[in-house]
Design a binder for this molecule. Structure first.
Ligand SMILES: [Zn+2]
Length: 370
């Protein structure tokens, strides 16, 4: 089975001085058309007591391009000018639906943006837009999938440029597996599954974290304003960036694998923010970016028609024997394994917890949950 998606990807772009002049001109022309049509609309409304239609507004464009005073409108991409008219029309519709205030004139000091509905191409991190011969450099921080529907180019009030690509595509929904899983989000392990699988990215992070600690120590010894201090600061930033990437990749792969292999996922509904107040747990909890993992599991479950069940957070999943139900009240956080005094089953702490979470999840799904 296939499902359709629409997704937007936003990246910083780095236009050259020459390209910046072109973009500024395009933004200026869009703003001019928007303001011109808004003014015309207001005049027509005052004199004829009627609204200007989108068709009438669009009809202004060829007229303006022919006039000596505004013929520079012909030097920029035409489609964004039509999109500016479209934006104004939408703004009026919102006003009449009472969802927005009356449209106001745009100023060059606002965040500015124009939209190219077709004919924008992206390849090898370079963006090609109509009427501009050279290619604009894009900081492609992640891969784009699907077909590009349109591109928004924006300029912030601080002068940075961004391109946002809206893409449409299809993805294949994972096949049913007939398997169910409980997931224990741990402190020691990133995640333990009820079938005994354990996910951990500690090893991958260990050496890089050592490097980071070392570089930070070096940095603290350097004098302010020096060149080597600057170099070290850049190195620290790069190391933080790599750690972020390693985590992101690990979490992405792990969550995809878990969702792919199971029809039902039971997780503990952890109030992560509450647990973060406990300082001893804080660092390791952040380490596994628990919240980020759960969010991913949840939306990927939705994408692939999986059952995602949250088990109440006061449910004592570690202390209860998954075989006989005995509750070991004196189990400590440092006890990684234990033997049930009643049924003599030997438990790995995390796997036992994951099995309990699964059992509770199945109960909830069948409507018998606590
Ligand atoms: Zn037992």
């Amino acid at each position: 089975m296939k499902k359709a998606y629409i997704k937007a990807y936003k990246f910083r772009i780095y236009p050259t001085k020459k390209q910046e002049i072109f973009l500024a001109k395009q933004l200026g022309c869009c703003r001019y058309v928007y303001n011109y049509c808004l003014d015309l609309h207001n005049r027509v409304y005052k004199e004829e007591h009627r609204c200007l239609s989108k068709k009438e507004m669009n009809a202004q464009l060829p007229v303006l391009k022919k006039q000596e005073a505004t013929k520079w409108l012909g030097e920029v991409i035409a489609q964004p000018l039509q999109m500016a008219v479209q934006d104004l029309d939408t703004a009026f519709k919102r006003f009449f639906n009472k969802t927005s205030a009356f449209p106001r004139f745009k100023s060059r000091n606002d965040r500015q943006c124009f939209k190219i509905p077709q004919n924008a191409k992206l390849s090898n991190g370079l963006l090609k837009i109509p009427k501009l011969d050279s290619l604009i450099k894009v900081n492609l921080s992640r891969e784009i999938t699907g077909k590009i529907l349109y591109v928004h180019i924006s300029k912030t009030t601080t002068g940075k440029y961004y391109a946002s690509f809206t893409c449409a595509g299809e993805y294949a929904v994972f096949e049913k597996t007939g398997k169910q899983v409980g997931i224990d989000m741990g402190i020691k392990e990133a995640a333990t599954l009820s079938d005994g699988t354990q996910y951990d990215n500690k090893k991958a992070l260990k050496s890089i974290e050592k490097k980071l600690a070392y570089t930070q120590r070096q940095l603290s010894k350097k004098q302010k304003g020096g060149k080597s201090r600057q170099r070290l600061r850049r190195r620290v930033a790069r190391l933080h960036e790599s750690i972020k990437n390693i985590r992101h990749d690990h979490n992405d792969k792990m969550t995809t694998e878990i969702v792919k292999n199971h029809d039902l996922l039971a997780v503990e509904d952890l109030a992560v923010t509450n647990m973060l107040k406990n300082h001893k747990l804080a660092k390791s909890l952040q380490d596994v970016s628990m919240g980020a993992i759960l969010t991913r599991l949840k939306y990927k479950s939705e994408w692939h028609n999986r059952d995602y069940i949250e088990v109440g957070r006061f449910f004592a999943s570690s202390k209860r024997c998954s075989s006989c139900g005995f509750k070991k009240e004196d189990l400590l956080l440092k006890d990684r394994s234990w033997t049930c005094p009643t049924c003599l089953t030997n438990h790995d702490r995390d796997i036992n917890a994951a099995i309990n979470i699964l059992n509770e999840g199945i109960k909830i799904q069948s409507g018998c949950g606590a």
